[in-house]
Design a protein around this ligand. Structure first.
Ligand SMILES: Nc1ncnc2c1ncn2[C@@H]1O[C@H](COP(=O)(O)OP(=O)(O)OP(=O)(O)O)[C@@H](O)[C@H]1O
Length: 342
């Protein structure tokens, strides 16, 4: 569905200054797959997610790479070469985004009906969306996410609970039947019960509509539950990628292992959790060599000097290959064996 090559994204921070928020990302996404982008706050997940749809804020810029999508008609398009009008049609029809923070993603002075009407009318190709047609399509989608259209469509966003808003936002994102859906922290800020419902509904929606999904999360439990594939990001780079099974059972980058060791297992004894010492590096002062070496217990002199690329560890079909950017990957094991519970 999507082939990302050597994608780099920078934010302008001054007249002649910028920081590289995403560096050299390569990624192939296959039809119907779900990929979780995981990592600590500030490691570039949201920037990459926005970049996948060319939705970066004004100061953000894709500085290199290509982003080739397979469109519904079977042709391919490099998103970075699309002119404004085809790009507008691409968004929401071919690929859509559920933005972080459902609370603020809606226009507070527009009713939910108006959000559906605007999205359908602005992004549809020539189809006339009458009030009745909008009501029918929005109603169908809202019912799919278990919301009552009669109650929700005439409401203003503030009249809905956080979980209802998040569900309405997901329904809105798939209004034009996109093939790829990018979700940024889809369950953050919701109570546990509501989180469960959203996860359940995302499973159902995927089954029903078959879209390919990229979701951004720092919740490894959510990643374990929803993802076929996981990519760990650190300091703007993908430093490990593989099937969810490989990543959660046998992570081969010490940072991924550290993230898993820092999560309380669902079952079994309560182990002492291990936090990862230190903080991610400042994008303005990246350490030489492996960016994780200042925090890494396995670091050797080589890690401090030589740049480390992703090495293929286990070849698998359909983008599931397990790769890690660590010179010492063969020494990495989880301190907890019940990690499958994350
Ligand atoms: N508009 C901006 N201007 C300048 N720098 C930015 C901007 N937005 C993000 N950044 C920087 O880019 C880096 C990546 O941020 P990003 O939000 O993509 O990370 P994240 O992993 O999604 O974090 P979070 O989980 O907190 O959203 C951070 O260092 C951040 O400070």
């Amino acid at each position: 569905m999507l082939s990302v090559r050597d994608l780099s994204i920078a934010y302008r921070t001054g007249r002649k200054e910028s920081v590289d928020a995403v560096t050299g990302v390569n990624l192939d996404l296959y039809e119907g797959q779900s990929l979780a982008l995981v990592g600590e706050s500030g490691c570039g997940k949201t920037t990459l997610g926005l970049g996948l749809l060319r939705l970066l804020p004004g100061l953000g810029e894709i500085t290199s790479g290509s982003l080739v999508y397979r469109l519904k008609d079977g042709t391919r398009a490099d998103l970075l070469k699309l002119k404004p009008e085809p790009l507008r049609r691409f968004r929401w029809n071919e690929a859509a985004m559920v933005f972080q923070g459902a609370m603020n993603a809606f226009n507070p002075v527009a009713r939910i009906f108006d959000h559906f009407a605007d999205t359908l009318r602005d992004h549809s190709d020539g189809k006339r969306w009458t009030k009745k047609a909008v009501e029918a399509r929005a109603g169908e989608l809202l019912e799919t996410v278990r919301l009552d259209p009669d109650r929700v469509l005439p409401s203003y966003p503030h009249e809905l609970s956080g979980g209802m808003k998040q569900r309405a936002l997901i329904a809105l994102a798939i209004a034009l039947d996109p093939q790829v859906l990018v979700l940024d922290e889809p369950t953050t800020a919701l109570d546990l019960l509501t989180q469960r419902q959203i996860v359940q509904q995302l499973h159902e929606l995927r089954r029903k509509f078959g879209f390919t999904m990229v979701f951004i999360t720092h919740d490894l439990g959510l990643a374990a539950e929803l993802a076929d594939r996981v990519a760990t990001m650190y300091a703007g780079r993908i430093i490990e990628t593989g099937s969810a099974r490989d990543i959660f059972h046998e992570p081969k980058h010490p940072y991924t292992a550290g993230l898993i060791n820092a999560v309380m297992p669902v079952k079994g004894d309560r182990p002492a959790l291990e936090s990862i010492p230190g903080y991610p590096p400042s994008l303005k002062a990246m350490p030489p060599g492996c960016p994780f070496h200042p925090r890494c217990a396995f670091a050797t002199a080589e890690c401090r000097t030589a740049p480390v690329g992703l090495d293929v560890l286990t070849e698998r079909p359909q983008g599931m290959t397990h790769s890690a950017a660590c010179l010492h990957h063969d020494r990495i094991t989880l301190t907890r064996k019940e990690s499958s519970n994350v």
